[in-house]
Write a protein that binds this ligand. Structure first.
Ligand SMILES: Nc1ncnc2c1ncn2[C@@H]1O[C@H](COP(=O)(O)OP(=O)(O)O)[C@@H](O)[C@H]1O
Ligand SMILES: [Mg+2]
Length: 434
């Protein structure tokens, strides 16, 4: 059955409309309808074997039978058959598609020596839509991952702060200067808008965590990742530094540029860039390294506060060796949060978190022995005590002094003495450097 041809004016209108929606530039297509001959021609971005397969599939979907004129790399030409495929008269008047990738011209041409019916119009529109479908721009987060970063997503359902104990001042500072501004950006924005003649973002641009090793700087970044409501991107500085000469600076700059793309001018949709152990960029005495770190530093100095790009990211840096850092680098951070050695109360709270079965008196006496320990060392001593307990149990089981079935939950708990021994062991092995 032959469909009646459509009104020329309607066909034209629909094609132009779809081309417009597909962002097909007027400069790259032509639409003619002269002397009862239809011709539509448009340039495509790429031409390869799959272009021909796609054209065939789309053709077949709209009109059942075709005859292939030419099928070779770089050129495909097909023509629709008559309804009765054995009738070949006037076949040259049927609709014809050419896909060409030759001579640097990549284009698709649809022509017909008479009017257009509805299925033919649908064919034309499908071809336009298919070949103008832009590859979705890769999302900056996955590009950051391909650049070697790890991305941590926020977790709305969990409070991450219960992973650490003590350090109330540090936690308050982190909440005040990082988490609240990220979570409630609108409120901060309203306040600056009503106080300043030239409103600028009230949220921090760059925060530096300083303090000795093992006091929770890296852990805090992970907590922030979960609590802030925005993704945190971990930049592996060491890894980047070890790249080929010249590559490392390019990669670092790329990472910041990608982060800027993630939230351009949209402070409500931020991103945190985390530079752990930023001291790997401290000036080195080694001359070859010196040149490499100097170039990395100059990238960081330009990008760290995102001012250059008006970007929406917040940079967090962490260092154990603030004194070794370049002064210009330190000055880029608008907030510095110091993680001190834990005080007696911090130690007691950490003990209560990691050995919750201990009595207050035990905690008191152990904390005394642990003065000068970092949280990491406290944690390591706790683990050591757990291993000591396990050894004790295994030894007594093997000797037949006890049997497993009779052990209660209490028997598995490390004792105060187990902890005290672990602490002494730790002190002996570090030469009690504290
Ligand atoms: N306040 C704290 N309470 C409990 N555990 C802590 C605390 N601070 C750090 N830790 C633990 O100590 C270890 C070392 O912390 P980390 O964040 O790597 O320190 P840093 O990055 O400052 O060297 C981690 O296992 C962490 O869980
Ligand atoms: Mg760390």
């Amino acid at each position: 059955m032959k469909h009646p041809d459509l009104d020329l004016f309607e066909v034209r209108k629909e094609i132009i409309q779809v081309a417009k929606e597909a962002n097909l530039d007027e400069a790259v297509y032509s639409l003619n309808y002269e002397r009862n001959e239809f011709n539509f021609n448009f340039k495509i971005d790429d031409y390869d074997d799959s272009t021909m397969v796609d054209v065939l599939a789309i053709a077949k979907k709209n009109i059942e039978n075709w005859r292939v004129h030419t099928f070779e790399r770089g050129f495909l030409s097909i023509q629709a058959l008559n309804n009765n495929i054995f009738h070949t008269e006037d076949i040259l008047k049927n609709i014809k598609i050419r896909a060409s990738g030759m001579y640097g011209e990549k284009s698709i041409e649809i022509s017909k020596k008479s009017g257009i019916d509805p299925s033919e119009l649908s064919l034309v529109l499908s071809l336009i839509k298919h070949f103008t479908k832009k590859k979705a721009p890769a999302d900056p987060l996955s590009m950051l991952e391909s650049a070697g970063c790890s991305v941590y997503h926020p977790d709305k359902n969990q409070s991450a702060f219960d992973q650490i104990a003590g350090y109330h001042n540090v936690i308050n500072e982190v909440k005040e200067s990082i988490i609240l501004p990220l979570r409630h950006h609108d409120i901060y924005q309203k306040i600056t808008e009503s106080t300043r003649k030239h409103p600028e973002s009230a949220r921090p641009k760059a925060v530096l965590f300083t303090g000795p090793p093992g006091v929770g700087k890296t852990t805090m970044a992970r907590i922030i990742a979960r609590e802030s409501g925005v993704p945190l991107v971990y930049i592996p500085l060491e890894n980047i530094m070890s790249a080929y000469y010249g590559e490392s600076t390019k990669r670092l700059a790329l990472i910041f540029d990608l982060a800027a793309q993630y939230a351009p001018n949209d402070p409500s949709k931020g991103l945190i860039l985390f530079l752990d152990e930023i001291d790997s960029l401290a000036p080195s005495r080694n001359e070859k390294l010196f040149e490499a770190t100097r170039r990395m530093l100059s990238v960081l100095l330009r990008k760290i506060d995102g001012l250059e790009s008006r970007a929406g990211y917040l940079t967090i840096g962490a260092t154990n060796r603030k004194n070794d850092l370049d002064a210009a680098l330190i000055s880029r951070f608008d907030t510095i949060i110091e993680f001190p050695w834990p005080g007696r109360e911090d130690i007691q709270e950490i003990l209560a978190l990691l050995a919750s079965h201990l009595t207050p008196a035990d905690v008191e006496s152990l904390s005394e022995r642990m003065m000068g320990f970092s949280p990491r060392e406290i944690k390591d001593a706790m683990k050591k005590a757990e291993r000591i307990r396990a050894h004790e149990l295994i030894r007594r089981l093997e000797k037949g002094e006890i049997i497993k079935e009779n052990l209660t939950e209490m028997d598995y708990l490390p004792s105060h003495d187990n902890y005290a021994n672990a602490v002494e062991h730790r002190k002996a092995s570090t030469g009690d450097s504290h």
